[in-house]
Design a protein around this ligand. Structure first.
Ligand code: HEC
Ligand code: HEC
Length: 209
């Protein structure tokens, strides 16, 4: 009986946490987020489209994913030295508010380079079908065929992202410098990709929409 009660309490705790997350999302206030993100735009751009491939575009990104990243950065689960101290004082609701501000902006529309036909074909193949011989699954299975991601599953959008950032974050997943994906799923995938696989998929993603 005691065991049963304990597991009931755990279940109810989990339900409580899920409710809290839904509340944060439902209450997310983009204009409060606007106030909170005045310092962010120096790197991420007024329109959420950053001026440099060293900084990811945030515009049009899934709100749930942005909120998770802000809280991961705040709590040290993802190391971003450039953002040291900037989100330390954010509450969970602040993270969702800032996420709402960027999520509703129009995503970047990039242009794939088709100069290297082989590279482009490899990028498309990896994205749509994966590479069975290397154990790489199709990216589109989680990130969707148009690359917009799935908010309810916290799968980020990838389309229109700076190719430089896509490559560097895949490298970070592969080396373990970034290790905040659930069950290390992106670490497993990225560590099976060669440098040219990463470049190929990043170029393909830039123009995907
Ligand atoms: C000095 C530049 C700088 C400023 C200012 C800055 N960031 Fe960042 N941000 C970065 C860099 C660099 C990364 C990516 C680091 C990496 O490669 O993993 C990043 C990553 C992120 C990500 C993850 C995006 C993704 O696609 O995974 C989010 C969300 C984010 N920043 C939100 C914010 C918010 C909110 C603020 C303001 C409170 C802010 N940033 C201010 C440089 C900055
Ligand atoms: C099983 C689902 C799944 C598959 C398959 C998958 N991903 Fe992901 N990916 C995720 C999740 C979940 C995250 C977010 C991790 C986090 O919470 O930080 C992610 C994050 C990413 C990011 C970071 C986005 C950002 O803004 O920082 C990139 C880049 C990425 N994936 C590329 C790929 C590529 C390329 C492939 C195919 C070779 C792929 N993914 C296959 C689930 C998946």
């Amino acid at each position: 009986m005691r065991k049963l009660l304990a597991s009931l309490a755990i279940t109810m705790g989990a339900v409580g946490a899920a409710h809290a997350q839904t509340d944060y999302q439902a209450n997310a206030d983009a204009s409060a987020g606007q106030q909170l993100s005045q310092t962010c735009v120096a790197c991420h751009g007024q329109q959420g489209i950053s001026p440099s491939g060293a900084f990811p575009n945030l515009a049009g990104q899934q709100m749930s994913y942005l909120a998770k990243q802000i809280m991961d950065i705040r709590d040290g689960r993802r190391m971003v030295p450039q953002m040291a101290g900037m989100v330390d004082n954010f509450s969970d609701q602040d993270a969702w508010d800032a996420a709402a501000r960027f999520a509703r902006q129009d995503a970047n529309l990039g242009q794939t380079s088709d100069e290297d036909a082989e590279l482009l074909a490899r990028g498309e193949e990896l994205y749509r079908a994966g590479d069975m011989s290397k154990g790489i699954p199709a990216c589109s299975a989680c990130h969707t065929p148009t690359g917009v991601g799935i908010g309810s599953a916290v799968y980020p959008g990838l389309s229109g992202q700076h190719a430089q950032y896509t490559v560097s974050t895949l490298q970070a997943f592969a080396s373990g410098d970034r290790n905040n994906s659930p069950n290390n799923m992106m670490g497993d995938i990225a560590s099976k990709m060669s440098d040219s696989d990463m470049e190929a998929v990043a170029n393909y993603l830039l123009g995907l929409n």
